[in-house]
Design a protein around this ligand. Structure first.
Ligand SMILES: *Cc1c(COP(=O)(O)O)cnc(C)c1O
Length: 354
């Protein structure tokens, strides 16, 4: 007897983030802020009080309520997930049938394409404009022509750091029959969220996460927000106990700290401005070598002829950033981390005589 792997999975490789002991990690868009001591104490109490022998609340009621209060949306429109990553997978398996067409953009978050492969949907990748903006009219036209069942994209975008304004997103949603999955993982850093309008659409699901702006990537907590009909389906198709009790408690605790969260977001934005400013100086000095995209996020996206060399140079100096073909993505860090990253960029460019 011999077992044969099926075609859709046989060539897959496990997700491989940068591993190793780097002094400075600016490669995964995480927050550099630590959870304050008072909150850690509340985490501690939550752990001690957890009934570990019992299953979690399948609806994560307290967590969802804290989320809803923070953003001013209704509880009944929110579903919690084991990170928004899990929700992407759940939404695709629920709302798509084998062979259905899904529109993604290039470049955008790589997991979208990955999950379409697993469920055997057809992924149609629409290239972005030269300047990495989205041609909304073209997307609408294509979606309607090919009968797309889903359009999924991040706004603001990871990796480009660019944002699409509300008005354009609204136009896109209301001009297509496809279900639009709007991944607002970085929207805490920008002000063009559609969260408060979600009920006006019958084809919109918004994703949010605690992993980026709220500094809880380790906890694994994300949310899907949609109208009542769609929310009922999402709740029905997810695994009943997808969010563990500890994550629910930590999430509810942190999301109740509006002041702390707002202050944290402001600090991350300040940090990104500083990093952007430092790199912008270098762009002015070496206009042929670096091009910065405007950022609506907590990272800076750069086009450079020396992407691979700079990436390796940074690693040699114990700074991890993200390398993607002709681009580099650098997450905003502490003042010291940003300064070191900019210093290494400068050193590389001057040595290279770029
Ligand atoms: C980081 C990221 C996510 C994943 O968030 P988790 O909640 O940690 O799974 C989703 N979408 C985009 C665009 C991201 O950059």
């Amino acid at each position: 007897m011999s077992y044969t792997l099926n075609n859709k999975i046989k060539d897959l490789k496990p997700y491989d983030p940068i591993q190793g002991d780097y002094k400075i990690r600016l490669d995964a868009n995480e927050s550099f802020l630590a959870i304050p001591k008072e909150i850690l104490e509340q985490f501690h109490n939550a752990v001690v009080q957890t009934a570990f022998n019992r299953y979690p609340d399948p609806y994560a009621y307290n967590t969802i309520s804290a989320f809803a209060r923070y953003y001013g949306v209704k509880n009944s429109l929110v579903t919690a997930g084991n990170g928004s990553d899990e929700l992407i997978s759940v939404l695709m398996s629920a709302f798509l049938m084998k062979g259905d067409r899904v529109i993604t953009f290039s470049h955008d978050f790589s997991m979208y394409r990955f999950y379409t492969t697993i469920i055997e949907a057809e992924c149609i990748e629409i290239p972005k404009n030269q300047d990495l903006t989205i041609d909304v009219d073209n997307v609408i036209k294509t979606a309607n022509k090919i009968g797309a069942k889903m359009i999924i994209f991040s706004n603001p975008c990871n990796p480009t750091s660019l944002g699409l304004c509300k008005e354009s997103v609204r136009r896109l949603i209301s001009s297509v029959d496809a279900l639009v999955i709007l991944d607002e993982a970085y929207m805490d850093f920008w002000d063009q969220s559609l969260l408060n309008e979600v009920e006006q659409y019958d084809n919109l699901i918004i994703l949010r996460t605690c992993s980026k702006a709220f500094g809880m990537a380790a906890v694994r907590l994300g949310f899907a927000v949609a109208n009542q009909t769609l929310t009922s389906i999402v709740r029905a198709v997810k695994a009943p106990y997808n969010v563990n009790t500890v994550t629910q408690a930590f999430g509810a605790t942190v999301l109740a700290q509006k002041e702390m969260l707002d202050k944290g977001v402001a600090q991350l934005v300040e940090s990104r401005k500083a990093l952007f400013g430092g790199l912008k100086q270098l762009e002015l000095e070496y206009p042929k070598s670096l091009f910065l995209f405007n950022s609506c996020t907590n990272f800076v996206f750069i086009r450079t002829l020396y992407a691979k060399e700079i990436y390796e140079y940074m690693l040699e100096n114990s700074v991890a950033i993200r390398y993607m073909g002709e681009y580099l993505r650098v997450t905003a860090g502490t003042v010291e981390e940003n300064t070191e990253a900019v210093r290494l960029f400068a050193q590389f460019l001057s040595q290279r005589g770029a």
